[in-house]
Design a protein around this ligand. Structure first.
Ligand SMILES: Cc1cc2nc3c(=O)[nH]c(=O)nc-3n(C[C@H](O)[C@H](O)[C@H](O)COP(=O)(O)O)c2cc1C
Length: 201
């Protein structure tokens, strides 16, 4: 049994490759770990706010000193971090927009990377505090970034790896549905991605 958290960032409900790939990963996990519990967090339905001064005020006020307003302003962050802490496995469905992650996913990340909560500054450097978690990145893009001439422009996976490592998550597997701009590939790319995937850890 695993506690699974699925983060969805594509607005293309129903036809999103990254969401479909994420759901297929979860189906496989449930076969391997029956009775797993799945929490789905669709960031396009309930978007996280871009960080404003009020969020920073709440982040940097000690819990015992927080006002009711601070408590409201920190709610998205607290809920997201609680969901991550509860999860053994996190599937992040990532749609590539303008060579980067969707802004709604970036907003979620800005609420979960918090000093003293998900990372801390130690004498030896930064210490990530979210250990013992596995992350699958289910990445969808029209171009091909895993190899070939566009690989140098793959900012998405290196960034996500780095920021997840920063908060202590080092066990990261990447699956891609890529090349959807190539007509011959369109029908089969999702299946291909899953076939290439040698599950299951
Ligand atoms: C606004 C916008 C920007 C995009 N930018 C890129 C891009 O920079 N590189 C790329 O390969 N595909 C790009 N695409 C294509 C999407 O990555 C592709 O359609 C992918 O399947 C989206 O994920 P989804 O199927 O989960 O919605 C873009 C699509 C849109 C709508």
């Amino acid at each position: 049994m695993k506690n699974i958290l699925h983060i969805i960032s594509s607005p293309r409900t129903g036809i999103s490759f990254s969401t479909k790939l994420g759901k297929a990963i979860i189906e496989n996990l449930i076969v391997a770990y029956p009775s797993s519990k799945v929490v789905e967090r669709d960031l396009t339905i309930d978007p996280f706010p871009h960080l404003q001064q009020k969020h920073l005020d709440a982040f940097f006020t000690r819990p015992e000193n927080r006002t009711e307003i601070n408590a409201t302003d920190i709610k998205h962050s607290e809920t997201a971090i609680e969901e991550i802490k509860r999860a053994d496995v996190i599937i992040i469905s990532v749609d590539v927009y303008n060579f980067n992650i969707h802004s709604t996913l970036k907003a979620w990340i800005d609420h979960i990377v918090r000093s003293g909560i998900t990372f801390k500054l130690a004498d030896t450097g930064v210490e990530g505090l979210l250990t013992d978690k596995k992350v699958y990145l289910a990445v969808a893009s029209k171009g091909v970034y895993s190899e070939g001439p566009m690989k140098q422009f793959d900012f998405v996976v290196p960034y996500l790896r780095f920021v997840l490592n920063f908060i202590g998550i080092n066990d990261i597997e990447v699956l891609r549905v890529e090349g959807s701009s190539i007509p011959a590939e369109q029908e089969t790319i999702l299946e291909k991605s899953l076939n290439e995937w040698s599950l299951i850890a």
